[in-house]
Write a protein that binds this ligand. Sequence first.
Ligand code: PMP
Length: 392
Amino acid sequence: MPATDASLMTPPSRTMNFNAGPAALPLAVLEACRDELVDFGNTGMSIMEHSHRGAAYEAVHNDAIARLRSLMAIPDGTGADGYDILFMQGGASQQFAQVAMNLLSPGASAGYIISGVWGEKAVAEARAVALHAEASVRVACTTASSTPGGAKYVRVPGADEVSLAPSDAYLHLTTNETIDGVQYATAPGAVFPSFGAVPVVADMSSDIAWRPIDVRQFGLIYAGAQKNLGPSGVTVVIIRRDLVEAGRTDIPVIFQYRTASRNTSLYNTPPTFSIYLMRQVLAWIGNLGGLDAVEARNRAKSGAIYRVIDRFPEFYRCPVAVESRSMMNIVFRLPTPALEEAFVATAEAHGMVGLWGHRSVGGIRASLYNAVEPAWVDALAQLMHDTATRHA
Ligand code: PMP
């Protein structure tokens, strides 16, 4: 453990932000943004004031796409061998509906794996779409626990627990459940379960780009940028090109993935400032050494917190099964609500914010996204250590 409580008394120059999203952004990105806010690239105006059809913005836009492709090694082939990168609006919540709108045809079905609150929301929206599409949506597996009083979701399922149907157009899962702190494939080198030929649609809102993955395991990945990639306002969709083409043509053009694909996400005005800032964050990740380096940094951070939780099992309790413990959102309880109140108050006095769990589950949650500084996590681990020691 580094130092004692005294080291925490030094006021930090920057708030230690553990919010679940919108979340911390890299200081270097904010400073670069500040420096060119009123005069972008000697154009005498802000990037926000540029036309989305002009050369200055288009260069930013295309560079953001190119950087994400290179960072995540997103295949660029044709048909099933390539993926489009789309920038959408409406958040991941819009994708809950849009995925089903595009991929569910009459008579088709979709399976949903539910391992947390966001999966519940995704399947509810898909059901609303299916009703009008004469299609059906099924819970292919849920890990919800019926034990009263305990946490509802504490693990991801194995592939053998998931029921597939021949009519499934896709299988949807949430790779990291932000509220429940439940994540797939968390061990070093672990890969996602394989579900055969069915395209897997993944909500990666809270764990995109935290480490390298094999994009080819997925038919479609979507993620709001406001956790690991930048500010809110832009949602990234990575979609296999054959699925773009197979998408329905009888829904409004604005909701067809094909429209964004054919227009490089410039069919209508995109959220230019959000995309600009996301590009800066992608460049920052590149400067850190790419996703291998980011993974090592993120594992060191989550390891520091889980180590304290496991060292004081009488004081801290993480309800999540060890192999499903999220590397991004660490949820834990203290022995009483009063101790949790006192812990959060002390943390705030030391410059740490965003530590309350989601109101639907309570407890504490520390979100450790890419831009959360290791030094902040060390300070939090120290505070947790000192708090537990004081109550031992
Ligand atoms: N899915 C997950 C896993 C999330 O964490 C969130 C937001 N916290 C959403 C979906 C909804 O995202 P948005 O607010 O961008 O619609």
